[in-house]
Write a protein of this length. Sequence first.
Length: 375
Amino acid sequence: MRRSAPLILSLVAISAVAACGKKDDSTAAASGGPITVKASDTSCEVAKSTLDAGTHVFTVSNSGSKVTEFYVYAAGDRVMGEIENITPGLSRELRVELPAGTYQTACKPGMIGDGIRNALTVSGSAAALTEDAALGQASASYTRYITSQSEALVQKTTDFANAVKAGDIEKAKALYPVARTYYERIEPVAEIFGDLDPKIDGREDDATAELPFTGYHKLEKDLWVTKDISKDGPIADQLVTDVKEIATKAKAEKLSPLQLANGAKELLDEVAASKITGEEERYSHTDLWDFAANVDGSQAAVAALRPALEQRNPELVKQIDKAFAAVDSELAKYRSGDGWKLQTELTQEQLKGLSDVINALAEPISKIAGVIAQK
């Protein structure tokens, strides 16, 4: 679970790359400027419904009273790009590469449901970012990482499920955060595939008639709260089935360079929104395992992009490396054996320290997409 020193060092170059952001943004040039999205509790007004193929910037502002999300979906609700946790009054940008095809945009007030959707048509052709040799290599490198993590995810989740089916509560409790680690590392890929992520990782308050409360967190609740897993065999079996499916799809998925950049930032947003607060692992309080795994996944995405970032903005690479080192140093204070202390064992001051280093890291990470989108 520990990140290797070579990988940490490899990130040094990434910070430097982002400094090149003073070049003209080809995304804005190609699209005539950012595409504004006005989101509220009841509407999702997207300025354009037709676009030329290529890379585009969506600028999403939330005038509602609820936290919202913005998605660009391909057929089958395959996620091309997303922004989560857009709080009221906040405006955020999403860069996404779109080949010709039909898509949907969606705002999700309250971050639930199918969202308020609009049709989006993309036509024409444009050179893919992966035609740049360094960016093409980044996608290939990250695919190898996802493959290794997905294989471990299936094995560790199977071990966890077997303990649940055997009725061994203590063993299942010990295996639970280990299995979760591998899922949290590949979350940007896992979230691409429609309803699979909610089935595996959905929380109790997000459950619907169509997607009932199941997966990891249902088992988590039964292990730590109800303390009765005698009827959870079918849930454990379904979890393994769903994890195998998502692992197969994840290993076959070829993420674009912008998806890598966006995913690195999304993982840090996940840390800030639900790991530090204790919302994610509300029954087991094993949130720091997820925290470390999200940082691992973000670091892997950035490391894959390193050669391209070094070419384009070596100063940004230095900033990112320094920020990752600060996160590692702060998080190391809360080691416990081969794992981590419970979230509830940390004081508010300690949680704020973790929040501060994550926010400091998220700032330079957020610049990567802009650097990558440059032609």
